[in-house]
Design a protein around this ligand. Structure first.
Ligand code: GAL
Length: 814
């Protein structure tokens, strides 16, 4: 319960934070991450217990923590009888699973007790929260020191007065989650990090350093560093290092303008940041007073320029770059909202392999961890702030707080994240009902000006779905970058009417599918539903307001003025089970290119065949195990970057298909619509333009489930109680073919240096809890998450299932 933070521990934090842009040496600055030692309790607690409490009934937890993800799923939770106007609904109907059917609603408390040895009266101490769901009221040593409303905001309080020196402090955080406060699963609890930052009284302001590339020439960059300070330092020294620790420039200045130092630093022959070469630098900023060092801070940044030019589009370092992006909600499937860097990294590796170069944090502030990874791995980032302004979408949404909080929420978003080179655009809102009416235009202007004031270097977009309304009202003229959500039929008109000379597909496609599920007959459909509550992976089904991927591909490919797209969504997420909003037990989305477990659906290969320009793609669908379809028409689709291919069933040619312009689908997919199913082998041979064979691939009818195959995404992970190995579990026949109809209950056991953390099968209708070590496979597969303990060793995972040869896998924990 009690946590002491030694100097030694602080140095470890120094190391960690070196790469996060916000660091530290013990003497003048220490950053203490409060991950351990938390006690947690759901429900209200009596006034008297806010200070003195009986810890016996409190659960010991570690943060990041999402208390709702453990379920159980329950149809009654947050059941909403509403008409979703964004979905063009006119009549209210009962919606189940809209927010994930997980128990996020109600009050909850977290407590921690600790000493801060580095703190002495006269020093400055801040308490920083990176995301708390939601409406935290923060008590320190029994006194309410502050509160915040928006669950996605980063915020801090100055606790210099309240923090006790050489004594135990008690921190208590009360959270309240209201019903009908979200359109998706929001998570619940202290789901991102909490830390205490101790500095001298003369120091850098929190998030006070801003670093931009002011000028970029062939052989040098002019890097501008603006530093906001607290107290009255005499001078500043800023040293720029590359990631190998080599100093590339140093500058000092004693010219202080009020609270600001401004420096222009020349970096010779800079290595630029861009998605294919995400080069980074670190600025080490030091403050001096009376000859003594009073603060030191490390800020990681990138040297790059961005420009948005009518007729050209988005230019990164002067090169036209289109956004090949995805929208992502913040939940991490079976981990819920609890942030985890390994889980984020895995998502982003999957996206990289797909050729994706951009992420939109729909519809709220991204985690710091995700931005750090975007910088390191080379993703362009569209950082969004709100899903609602003053007009509500849900009864208890952000509209309640908009008037009082919008400005401070944006200020914190920008100040905390502006040094990430990955962020190239802000978004002030998504499909806000304020698109209607003149008040909304004023709000759009008000928000955009806050972004501009805080960050003059990046433009602002809004994801607009009421395109006709924003053409009329001036809303669309006002936003820096007009972002259209869907409405592909209005792109031309919007481009003509708006003056910006470009459009962004801020949200596209919303095609739905379930991994490994194929429906017959194969046809294009809107809002299609089936008795098994799944959607077809022939990738021809979308919602009434949305479209198939190709409608966007055509705009992206044929119109220079379309600067890219952000597909809804990269991964399935909890909640919003459209087209089954009214059908229990659907409780998570069908929109993902990858499922909730992170396993690719067929659509992954459609995007990959277009976006990944360095690796070849050749993917066949559907699977070829259809005992009930012998002799029936079973179309075969191939997703490939090659233009032409031939299909063979059991050695017999089904003909050559060539991409063509007869329909949007024929332009990007190869389709053999008349194939009659017979068990055996389907082979596809792709051809180069000159007719020579480029690549081939085959799939086979699977026999009976025989054994379990385990594949870890990483076989060595860190002994830090956070790192994860994601193990894909497949049920295969005796020849190793995936059994695509196997829905078999499996049991998992982890021993040694790791723990069983969670499991997920990607079935949007599954009510099996993620944290218990048993789950049935969904269409032959699922993913088990193994988490490290804090000591090096071997973690052993054993997976068993009735009638199957069991399997085990060792993961090194180091
Ligand atoms: C959009 C909305 C998203 C999601 C999506 C589903 O209108 O911005 O949050 O609801 O529709 O198609």
């Amino acid at each position: 319960m009690k946590a002491y933070f030694s100097h030694y521990t602080n140095l470890i934090f120094t190391f960690i934070l070196l790469f996060t842009g916000d660091s530290v040496f013990g003497q003048v600055r220490s950053v203490i991450k409060l991950n351990d030692g938390w006690l947690f309790k759901r429900g209200e607690i009596p006034e008297a217990e806010k200070v003195n409490f009986d810890a016996k009934n409190w659960e010991k937890v570690r943060i990041p923590h999402d208390y709702a993800i453990f379920g159980p799923f329950d149809k009654e939770i947050d059941k909403q009888t509403v008409a979703i106007t964004q979905n063009n609904e006119k009549v209210a109907t009962e919606k189940t699973g809209r927010t994930g059917a997980l128990p996020y609603i109600g009050e909850a408390w977290y407590r921690n007790t600790f000493e801060v040895p580095d703190f002495k009266k006269g020093k400055r101490a801040l308490l920083l929260f990176e995301g708390t769901m939601s409406q935290p009221k923060v008590y320190l040593n029994g006194r309410l020191i502050g509160q915040w409303n928006y669950g996605y905001s980063y915020f801090y309080f100055d606790i210099s007065e309240e923090l006790l020196e050489n004594k135990e402090n008690t921190l208590a955080v009360q959270l309240t989650n209201l019903p009908q406060s979200s359109r998706w699963y929001p998570g619940a609890g202290l789901y991102r990090n909490v830390s205490i930052i101790v500095t001298e009284d003369v120091s850098f302001e929190q998030w006070g350093i801003s670093i931009t590339t002011k000028q970029l020439q062939e052989d040098f960059a002019q890097v501008h560093v603006k530093s906001e300070v607290v107290g009255q330092p005499d001078y500043i020294v800023t040293e720029i290092q590359d990631l190998n620790g080599k100093t590339v420039a140093v500058d000092s200045s004693s010219k202080v303008f009020g609270k600001f130092f401004e420096q222009d630093i020349k970096v010779e022959n800079p290595k630029l940041w861009e998605p294919d070469a995400p080069n980074l630098y670190i600025a080490i900023s030091k403050l001096y007073k009376d000859g003594k060092l009073t603060d030191i801070k490390h800020t990681r940044f990138g040297i790059r320029t961005i420009a948005y030019i009518a007729g050209k589009g988005f230019l990164l370092n002067d090169k036209v770059t289109k956004f090949k992006g995805v929208c992502l909600h913040h939940d991490l499937g079976p981990l819920g909202a609890a942030v985890n860097k390994a889980a984020l990294r895995r998502q982003m590796e999957i996206l990289k392999d797909m050729g994706c170069n951009a992420i939109r944090s729909a519809h709220n502030m991204p985690s710091f961890e995700q931005l750090e990874l975007a910088d390191e791995m080379g993703f362009l980032f569209l950082a969004e702030s709100f899903d609602e302004w003053a007009k509500p979408k849900v009864k208890n949404g952000y509209a309640k707080f908009f008037n009082s909080d919008a400005e401070k929420d944006i200020v914190n978003l920008v100040r905390a994240t502006r040094n990430h080179p990955s962020i190239v655009m802000w978004s002030s809102g998504n499909e806000v009902p304020d698109q209607w009416g003149s008040e909304g235009v004023k709000r759009a202007k008000f928000l955009q000006e806050i972004f501009h004031r805080e960050d003059p270097t990046r433009p602002v977009t809004v994801g607009m779905d009421q395109v006709k309304a924003v053409m009329e009202s001036g809303f669309g003229v006002l936003v820096d970058i007009p972002g259209l959500n869907y409405r592909t039929h209005l792109y031309e008109e919007a481009y003509q009417k708006f003056p910006q000379g470009m459009l962004l597909g801020s949200e596209t496609a919303s095609t739905v599918s379930s991994r490994g599920v194929y429906k017959f007959p194969v046809q294009i459909a809107k809002n299609k539903t089936y008795d098994d509550l799944q959607s077809s992976s022939y990738d021809l089904e979308s919602t009434s307001w949305s479209n198939l991927p190709e409608d966007d591909f055509i705009l992206q490919d044929d119109k220079d003025w379309v600067i890219g797209e952000f597909v809804w969504t990269g991964f399935d997420y909890l909640g919003e089970p459209t087209p089954y909003d009214e059908k229990w037990p659907s409780r998570s989305s069908y929109f993902g290119i990858n499922d909730l477990a992170g396993l690719p659906k067929d659509r992954f290969y459609l995007y990959r065949s277009r976006w990944n320009t360095t690796d070849n793609t050749l993917h066949i669908l559907p699977h070829w195990t259809w005992p009930d379809r012998v002799g029936q028409t079973t179309p075969v689709f191939v997703y490939t970057n090659f233009d032409r291919a031939e299909l063979f069933v059991n050695g017999k040619s089904m003909g050559v298909q060539q991409k063509n312009n007869s329909t949007p689908q024929h332009r990007y997919r190869l389709m053999w619509m008349d194939v009659k199913y017979e068990p055996g082998t389907v082979k596809v041979v792709a051809y180069h333009k000159d007719g020579s064979k480029a690549m081939e691939k085959e799939i086979h009818t699977a026999g009976k489930p025989h054994k379990i195959v385990l594949e870890a995404d990483r076989s060595t992970i860190n002994a830090d109680k956070e790192d994860l190995s994601f193990v894909k579990v497949s049920v295969v026949d005796k020849h190793g073919n995936l059994c695509p109809n196997a829905n078999i209950p499996l049991q998992f056991e982890v021993s040694g240096a790791g723990n069983f953390k969670a499991v997920c099968n990607g079935d949007p209708t599954s009510l099996e809890p993620f944290h218990l070590p048993t789950m049935r496979t969904f269409n032959g597969q699922l993913v088990v998450l193994v988490q490290s303990k804090d000591k090096a060793g071997i973690a052993k995972l054993v997976v068993k299932g009735k009638g199957l040869k069991s399997s085990e896998l060792s993961i090194n924990i180091k």
